[in-house]
Design a protein around this ligand. Sequence first.
Ligand SMILES: C[S@@+](CC[C@H](N)C(=O)[O-])C[C@H]1O[C@@H](n2cnc3c(N)ncnc32)[C@H](O)[C@@H]1O
Length: 293
Amino acid sequence: MAAEDRAGGLRSDDDAVAADADRFAADRDVWDDLAEFHGTGPGDRSDDVEAFLAGRQTLRGIERELAGDVTGKELLHLHCRFGVDTLNWARLGARVTGVDFSPEAIARAQRLAERAGLEAEFVEADAQRLPDGLAARFDLVVATYGVLSWIGDLDAWMTGAASALRPGGRLVLVDPHPVFQTVLTFDPFVADRPHGGGAPQHDAMTGTDAHADVPAEPKKSTRSPYSLGEIVRAATSAGLVVERLGEHTETEADGRHLLPQGRDGLYRFPFSNTYLPILYSLRAVRPSAPGGA
Ligand SMILES: C[S@@+](CC[C@H](N)C(=O)[O-])C[C@H]1O[C@@H](n2cnc3c(N)ncnc32)[C@H](O)[C@@H]1O
């Protein structure tokens, strides 16, 4: 049987399964490398583990405001990397579970929880195929700053996130804005990446600015751009009711190291006489009863 892929070409079901498996393995290989290096050297700008152990709060205002008081709440953190943000939710009083597909990240997260003396469960899993044991357990599912572009099957991701929530539970998602994701370089200004559509974009990642010693050998990775419309549609198709949708023109950290930093320390995306959005945020609730929130 042949199916049309998002780029409009025809591919057999077997080809599609093989391509998804290749993408998963290649992306996980890249993230295993990064999980090994992030936060381990003096050149690391964003993952200062010692500062975290000394009590540094890494969660930003956007997700904290959307999540509200997390005291005593069961919180699932998707794409948790090596657990710094997950453990900071625990410091705020949540009972946390972190999920990531990188075994290296999960092993580091478990060690970090021990060092920090914080309770947390870390699970190695594909966020597009969450284990049944996580179903209907959580008051909050949180995913932030580098999430959906790694996902080939947006509907599977949203359905998993929705299924992990208890009735009345909420999804909090904060991610780079689709408009910002079209930008390749800011100076000179080049915005030639696709806006939405989900078609896989192949990249060769050589590492990250966060650490100068990440292996120089380029590794294949794949991104999928989704528009806000596509993300909201996926959330509602998964049975969630969108309560808040925000577009944010300033941020405390620019993970892509593209944007100019203002005197107030914030990063903005100047464009003509205005600022374009850098991040979007979405909060959606799993209704308690069919059709109602
Ligand atoms: C940019 S990082 C997210 C950073 C995160 N906000 C944090 O708290 O550190 C992306 C993370 O997504 C994970 N990831 C990518 N694809 C995934 C998938 N299909 N399932 C689970 N985790 C995935 C990577 O291993 C990586 O840790």
